[in-house]
Structures are given as C-alpha cells and as structure tokens.
Design a protein around this ligand. Structure first.
Ligand code: GLN
Length: 305
C-alpha cells in the first residue's frame, strides 16, 4: 500500500500546476502549491501515508459534515430536514442566485455555505462561542487529536473579508430561516472553517464515517450509525459542490472538499482517506487531490457504484 501511495504522490503532486490556490480569503493565498500529502486508514485501523501528510491546513468546507453531524446530534433529524434540504444544487458553494424566489430549505443542502450557516443555529449552546467550542470538541474527538485548534490568521482573514457569507446569512434571515444575530452565526462558521488539521486527522474522521460511527481503537460507538448514513449520503451527492456528479463518475465514493486544499474521502465499510494539495480547480476542489483519489479508486477498486 505504501508503494501505491508513494507512486500516487509522485504522479499527482505536479498536477497542482493546473490549478491555483484560493485567494478570495487573502490568508489562504500564502499556501505553498507544491505541498501534497495523503493518508488512509483501512481494515483494523492501519494507517498508510505519503508526502506532506503532516502538513497543516484549514478544514474550510470539510467542517460542513461535522456541522451537520453536530446539528443531527443536538437537534435531531427532523429539525435538520425541516431547516435544510438534501438535494444537490448544481451550483457553486457560495451561490447567490436565489433572488427571484422565496428561499426555503428545499433549495439548499448542508454542504453549501447557506446550508452550513443555517445548521449552526441547530447546534446547542447559550452563545455562538459555546456552540463553536462544542463543534471543536467534536472535531478533536473524531480526529483523534485533542489539541486541534483554529488558525487565527485564516479566521481573522475570512472574518475581515467574508461579506458574501454575511450576505447569504442575511438572505436566510430575510426569509425567516434563521433568527439569531447574523454576525454571531457567521463568526461560528468562520471559526469552524479555520480549524487546522493534517491528512492523518482527516483520514481519522473519514474512517469513523466509513465505519458508521464506530471507533476501531476503543470499539466505542462515537455517534449513531444512522447519522453516519445521513452524512455519507449527502457527501456522495453534494460533497464536491457542482463537481459532485463528475466526482461520482471518476472516483465513486462520498467525499468533501475544502478551499484549503483538503479532501476527506469516505469509502463505506472499507477506508477513510485524507488528501491535501492546495491548488484548486474552478469549482474550488483540489486538482491533485481529486486525481489522487481517482487513481486510488482505480487501483483498489473503491467505487461504490
Ligand atoms: N470558508 C470558506 C467559505 O465560506 C469555505 C468554502 C469552501 O471550502 N468551499 O467561503
């Protein structure tokens, strides 16, 4: 397995030249496009890795499955379904063109910004700071790293420039889908996006979703299997935004990308994968990361379809 990963690393790292690091969050523009790392957990929890697998980057949208899971744990499936739908939008993650229709939950899903921002309101806590802390605790637990924290520079950079997300949140508020102060809600969202991880931690999180919530180390059920199925199904249809159909064809398992360059890959019952390369395609997905998952899927026959 290590030989396969090292080959993938050699083949895919140069593909970063075909993409560009995100720059709409100024701090992300500092990422080194040459970095490439991959880690996967299989079977009884054996880890394999290659490249810059310990390099840290911000989760960005990869935190969305965790926001969804925390909302499911705190408020239950009915509340989540009532607020945010499950259909793919076929639109970019920060799409804004809802203006000629009344925005309802049916128009959004948990993997795009509006859906994730709305779901922050279903996480329990007296303040949004407290809600974020509970989300961070979940990320720490699932990643296996109790020290996980926020990249303060990225957080402040996004908070200073994230007016499109504020506008999306105000739109949710205008249509009566959220009620709390917008600034508090988006602050929780910005902090969540700025949690720093590496490929090993991503693979850990992915492996838990692949095993339907059961921790292979302790044998403990960390969250209900039905929540894992909910999250995995939405990752399969919406996890790569308007690139989800193409990804299903080329790779064929649930995944979530982030503009930090990470991708979390969930192969149900088999494998958890974390891959990182910061240069993105036009849809905000890691170019080399997608190709690495495609090669891995071909090599190990991972498509679930
Ligand atoms: N924090 C980013 C944003 O809201 C996350 C987007 C992404 O990773 N696609 O714009």
């Amino acid at each position: 397995m290590n030989a396969i990963l090292h080959q993938i690393c050699r083949d895919c790292a140069p593909l970063s030249a075909l993409g560009a690091v995100a720059n709409y969050i100024p701090e992300l523009a500092k990422a080194d496009p040459e970095k490439f790392g991959i880690c996967l957990y299989t079977g009884g929890g054996n880890a394999n890795f290659a490249g810059d697998f310990l390099e840290r980057f911000t989760m960005q949208s990869i935190v969305k499955p965790l926001i969804l899971l925390q909302a499911l744990l705190d408020s239950g499936e009915d509340a989540v379904r009532n607020l945010v739908g499950v259909e793919a939008t076929g639109k970019p993650f920060d799409a804004f063109n809802y203006s000629d229709q009344a925005l309802t939950g049916a128009h959004i899903n948990p993997m795009i910004n509006t859906g994730a921002i709305a779901l922050c309101t279903l996480i329990h806590g007296d303040t949004y700071e407290e809600r974020f802390c509970r989300l961070l605790e979940l990320a720490r637990q699932l990643s296996g790293n109790p020290e996980l924290g926020v990249d303060e520079a990225v957080y402040h950079s996004e908070k200073a420039t994230g007016n499109k997300n504020r506008a999306l949140a105000y739109m949710l508020k205008a249509y009566g889908m959220i009620h709390d102060p917008v600034e508090d809600i988006v602050d929780c969202y910005f902090r969540a996006c700025s949690i720093r991880v590496n490929c090993v931690e991503l693979a850990n999180i992915a492996f838990l979703f692949a095993n339907h919530g059961r921790d292979f180390r302790s044998g403990q059920q960390l969250f209900p299997a039905k929540h894992a199925r909910y999250v995995n199904a939405i990752l399969a249809t919406c996890g790569m935004y308007d690139g989800s159909g193409e990804f299903a064809l080329r790779v064929g398992f649930p995944a979530k990308s982030g503009v930090g360059g990470g991708i979390l890959g969930v192969v149900p019952g088999r494998m958890g994968i974390g891959v990182f390369s910061p240069a993105l395609d036009k849809k905000g997905n890691s170019v080399a990361g997608i190709r690495a998952l495609e090669l891995l899927s071909q090599e190990l026959n991972l498509s679930i379809y």
